[in-house]
Ligand binder design. Sequence first.
Ligand code: AMP
Length: 213
Amino acid sequence: MIIVIMGPPGVGKGTYAKGLEERLGIPHISTGDLLRAAVDEGTELGLEVRKILEKGKLVPDDDMMILVSKRIQKEDAQKGFILDGFPRTVPQAEMLDRLFDKLNKKIDYIMDFFLDEAGLIQRLSNRRQCPQCGRIYNLINIKPKNDLLCDDCGIELMQRDDDHSEVIQKRLLVYKDKTQPLIHYYENRKGYLKIEAINVDDVLDEIMELIKQ
Ligand code: AMP
């Protein structure tokens, strides 16, 4: 099973992808997480992309393609995977199609999540993440049990550097300009689903029902 998760920043792609990872037993591959890990580890790619991430811009398509191509060919992704945050541009989608042709793979579902802009901004500015396990919370609707500590690790939650208001605005503009055109690229494909990103558990239950059918 190969699933592509699409949608604007703040729609909750990571949360839905994690939920599907648990339910389907296939890895959640977030390109944002891969890039942030590269920055933290100070790899060659990390040094190159740090400033791009801070500004809310996009990493070049060729770098992204190398990163994704390596990741999806690892052992744990052989039964399937959930791509979160990739593709993000039409050229990336075209490169992914070419890679899948070569690897004899196909996308089963393209899940395109949407929410109004006020909702996105509210979610982004209230998002917090555990620096240890990566679990995502929201101070409005997915609150941690104990103050601002991770429910699982007890560690203080962090706000992502790019979840501050100026960068949020930039990321939303970049989404409209570069990523929204992808909707036309995919919308007539078998497996394309447009999903309103409301209550996480209800939405995940509905998706699982649909997949089982
Ligand atoms: P995300 O965690 O998906 O919100 O991604 C965080 C940041 O990583 C984005 O704002 C981009 O700077 C970068 N990024 C993630 N995925 C991609 C991609 N497919 N293409 C280019 N840049 C990306």
